[in-house]
Design a protein around this ligand. Structure first.
Ligand SMILES: Cc1ncc(COP(=O)(O)O)c(C=O)c1O
Length: 374
């Protein structure tokens, strides 16, 4: 035990020396430019009440009692899955306990030995972790670079799987989906898309990027998460009925875990109803993003090339970006630094998430503060 503790402590010290030590903090009373609650649903008192009312109509169970394949399934969960399949224009949908689990499941169990997974170099950790768990070969292509992807597809063997995100979580830029699909079609490659940061914020009823571009039938596997703009928790995979049956049989993060409790299912159900009743939210978010970008450009901030609610101001060096984030805290803003190695050295940044509830005044003051320091 002392030997292990010494080893662990040394590793932590190394992190600290690199200025990259992670620490838990409490949610602050600061102005939120950090959370993924883009549409304010997690904070909505009205939605909270609607979920509460819905839960009281369901069987009074505190937990799901087992895996979906044992005692944890319910008619209500299946009903919500059918509703999600309709929203995402898919034959079927399957709920997972988190986006992490859904991505890990898809990547680890669908591509087989001898197949190839090629993922965008900025793909989320759960996509990479899933690929590492798979028996398929796996490597990355340069971010959003279709020429590089084509080069990599030419080197691939077996079935080819391309894993991308709709909105990239660190850079906030968008996958060139139409062009991607026309390229992957030529190589009969299968596209897996993670819509974590576009679920809710775009598309009718929050249906995301691929449905908004009517490309859903060109994509083999789509993953939607509910812990971000939908303000609750969990995720689903949408696709063909055969895909869903396959996942029920082979996806270990689905099979070997306790199912989501009914109150979490109700939260997903109600949050999509809430969004349908409050369609202006997507538009308000768009306006907030446009205000931030136009003010940032006027002030010559080094903005990331993003047209989504996830914005970034580049400030190279872990020390510098951490210091600016601390300074902004003293000014009342909650804005987190994104450090290397999470992003490549030299592209350390402040990640600024816009929300429907950020006032124009707050956005203007933030940009002014950034301009005086960045
Ligand atoms: C792109 C992307 N995919 C998946 C996830 C994981 O989703 P969840 O938080 O539901 O596990 C995240 C979370 O940060 C993400 O950014």
């Amino acid at each position: 035990m002392p030997e292990l503790n010494t080893f662990l402590a040394n590793k932590l010290q190394q992190r600290q020396q690199e200025n990259a030590l992670r620490r838990l903090t409490h949610n602050s009373q600061l102005i939120d430019f950090t959370s993924n609650d883009y549409l304010g649903l997690a904070h909505s008192e009205k939605l909270f009440q609607q979920i509460h009312e819905k839960v009281s109509t369901l069987p009074h169970l505190n937990g799901a009692t087992g895996s979906r394949l044992l005692s944890g399934n319910s008619g209500y969960t299946e009903q919500v899955e059918q509703k999600l399949a309709k929203i995402f224009k898919a034959e079927a949908a399957l709920i997972f306990n988190s986006g992490y689990a859904a991505n890990q499941a898809v990547l680890s169990c669908i591509p087989q030995k001898g197949d190839t997974i090629i993922y965008d170099e900025l793909a989320h950790a759960c996509i990479r972790d899933g690929a590492r768990l798979s028996f398929a070969n796996h490597f990355s292509f340069r971010h959003n670079d279709l020429e590089d992807l084509e080069k990599k597809m030419k080197q691939a063997s077996g079935r080819i799987f391309i894993a991308v995100e709709s909105y990239y979580s660190m850079d906030g830029d968008i996958c060139p989906l139409k062009e991607l699909v026309s390229l992957t079609d030529q190589y009969q490659a299968h596209v897996i898309i993670d819509e974590a940061h576009s679920t809710g914020v775009i598309g009718r009823e929050g249906s995301g990027l691929s449905v908004s571009q009517n490309l859903q039938d060109k994509l083999d596997v789509r993953i939607y998460t509910f812990g971000k703009a939908m303000g609750c928790h969990g995720a689903c995979v949408a696709g063909s009925k055969t895909l869903i049956d396959f996942l029920i049989n082979f996806a270990r993060p689905f099979i070997f875990t306790t199912a989501m409790p009914l109150h979490s299912i109700a939260a997903i159900d109600c949050s999509f109803d809430y969004l349908r009743q409050n369609t202006e939210l997507q538009h308000v978010l768009q306006q907030k993003k446009e205000l931030f970008v136009s003010l940032g450009k006027k002030q010559n901030l080094r903005l990331m090339n993003s047209s989504t609610q996830i914005q970034g101001v580049i400030l190279p060096g872990n020390e510098q970006v951490k210091a600016l984030s601390m300074h902004l805290r003293t000014r009342g803003y909650d804005i987190r630094p994104i450090l290397s190695p999470t992003v490549p050295k030299g592209s350390e940044r402040l990640r600024i998430c816009l929300h429907t509830y950020n006032s124009d005044q707050e956005i203007t003051s933030l940009v002014n503060d950034l301009a005086s320091k960045a």
